[in-house]
Design a protein around this ligand. Structure first.
Ligand SMILES: [Zn+2]
Length: 294
């Protein structure tokens, strides 16, 4: 499955920027924001790795360094694929001597540069990297073009790194799923409830006493029963509780995340807060079996 999905998304990641270039002339691969963040390359890289890592997740393979290495190779194939396919229909308009992307024009390989020689694939790429002016703009105002071989190579390297990092991030996002090493399965995850930040202190005190007791006088269900997944809470600061469980070995835990307003007044997960507690699978079963929670 991972091989099939991996090839599929590799092909998509190559064809997508190539088709955009062919039909609009826009180089998605070189699109960046804030001067140097290669957002286009990161996105293409993410698409490139997505299928492969999704396939590993679906086949319950625990993602390790070996898989990241394969992702690295995939991203190199992706870069070469995009560059080579684009090159295949790079033509020169004889009237204007400008580059056009078409299938029936005068191919660039028929041309010759004084400094570079015949423009085959590698010399053409070298020529383009070293001679394409890079435009800098700030708040939609152009602040100048720079055409300099060193700058050209720096940006080519940034784009390459963008694809590699994008691809590895696709792996990271799948690896974030909790894994049961005993059963060699990815665990299931289900958001079961939330409560406002203000209720947190009292809640976690009770939860602590639940986990520290030897006999189970206090049921986890009693503790959780006042809460549901309340949509109205999603706009204010709150805790979100996710049930993580393995149906095979009957182990379950609860993960709590804290959503707080950041300096821009946007809700975001407070990464300093993480709380994970093991709970009794049988006690928590009602949450697993209920398909929809109001
Ligand atoms: Zn298990």
């Amino acid at each position: 499955m991972s091989i099939f999905l991996g090839l599929l998304s590799l092909i998509v990641s190559i064809l997508l920027p190539v088709l955009i270039l062919f039909f609009t002339g826009f180089e998605a691969l070189h699109f960046s924001i804030f001067f140097i963040i290669p957002i286009g390359a990161l996105l293409i890289g993410y698409i490139c790795g997505y299928g492969y890592y999704k396939g590993l997740f679906k086949s319950n393979v625990f993602i390790t360094g070996r898989h990241y290495f394969i992702g690295f190779i995939l991203s190199l194939i992706c870069i070469f694929g995009i560059e080579y396919t684009s090159y295949m229909f790079t033509c020169i308009n004889p009237q204007t001597m400008e580059i056009v992307y078409t299938l029936d024009g005068d191919h660039v390989s028929n041309y010759y540069s004084e400094d570079y020689g015949q423009l085959d694939f590698f010399t053409y790429k070298k020529y383009m990297i070293e001679n394409t002016p890079i435009s800098f703009s700030y708040k939609a105002r152009s602040i100048g073009d720079i055409s300099n071989p060193t700058v050209g190579w720096v940006f080519a390297i940034i784009d390459t790194l963008g694809i590699i990092i994008g691809c590895l991030l696709a792996g990271k996002s799948q690896k974030n799923h909790p894994y049961c090493h005993t059963c060699k399965l990815y665990k299931k995850e289900k958001e079961i409830l939330n409560f406002s930040k203000g209720d947190g202190l009292a809640f976690f005190e009770e939860l602590e006493s639940y986990s520290s007791q030897d006999t189970n006088d206090l049921s986890i269900n009693t503790l959780l029963s006042p809460f549901t997944l309340d949509e109205s809470l999603e706009k204010e600061e709150h805790f979100l509780c996710t049930l993580i469980y393995c149906n095979s070995c009957k182990k379950a835990s609860l993960k709590f995340e804290l959503y707080e307003f950041n300096s821009k007044n946007k809700l975001e997960i407070n990464t300093d807060f993480n709380y994970l507690i093991d709970v009794n699978y049988d006690e928590i079963k009602s949450f697993i079996s209920s398909t929809a929670i109001a």
